[in-house]
Write a protein that binds this ligand. Sequence first.
Ligand code: AMP
Length: 217
Amino acid sequence: MRIVLVGPPGAGKGTQATRLAEKLRIPHISTGDLFRANISRQTELGKLAKSYMDAGNLVPDEVTIAMAKDRMSQPDAENGFLLDGFPRNVSQAEALDELLKAEGIKLDAVLDLEAPEDEVVKRIAGRRVCRKDSAHVFHVTYSPPKQDGVCDYCGGELYQRDDDSEETVRTRLEVYHTQTEPIIDYYRAQGLVVTISAMGPVDEVTSRALEALKSGQ
Ligand code: AMP
């Protein structure tokens, strides 16, 4: 399957993408994770991306699209992928369409995770991520680690993402509404959008997502 995941920051895209990719046996491709990996390796791309990310803005399309294309052309993505955080505006969606068209392939679904704004703000403010593996995510109140600041799964250090500060979150939400939300209409016109609620326990959201993808509604 070829799936795009959309939803506001804090809706749980990363958490759900990891779980869905495992169940569907397709690679989870997160442009945010790819940028963060570049930042920790201190590459030129990482240096460029960091200034935009820290401010809560989108990294320019040219570099983002090139990076996403490169990742999608890896052998593990040949038979499917779950895109998390890409595309994030209409021109990226158009670039993805062109790329898929050139390969003679199509998206199967665009999964839209819905969550109320006050909830996503609470989720982001308390989010703590493992330095060793960004799929290991905790929340200081909703899912605290057994030991403060330490990952339950691998013992890695838990930290708050630079762009999870309250001020940056406001910008990220605004960017989501103005730039990313329009892609939902773009894909709705192609009959691809499946909307589910991202509220409730993580397992329930995953089941809801799998069910919705199966029935295509
Ligand atoms: P995420 O981990 O998906 O929340 O992304 C974190 C940050 O990385 C975003 O706030 C953007 O600054 C940047 N980013 C991730 N994906 C994209 C994208 N498709 N286009 C532009 N910037 C992106």
